[in-house]
Design a protein. Sequence first.
Length: 117
Amino acid sequence: MPIALHNHPQADAEEPVFSHITPAEFAALDPSTVTLLDLREPADVEAHPVAGAINAPLDPLAHVLKNVPKDRKVIVYCAEGWWSEEVAEILADRGYEVASLDGGFRAYQQYLATQGA
């Protein structure tokens, strides 16, 4: 299923642009076609893992970013969506094709609950 891309509303010609995806789009992703970058703390990831995601908590983030491949789109998410937007902007500035999950993992869990998953 193709991802509908939503340009960042505050981006202008001088700022790098990253996309937003909805929880429904996130649920439909094929993890083999994107890089999933999970910014949540390791304990949260262990409690609620996402298959194929790279855990990149904020403390060692700079080290992890060095190893994120540029050959496919990067989907960034955190617990509530705030940090993922910051990291998406950093990655976009470095030339990555990147999207941030709107509302973070919490919104994704709420979406799954409404789907009976």
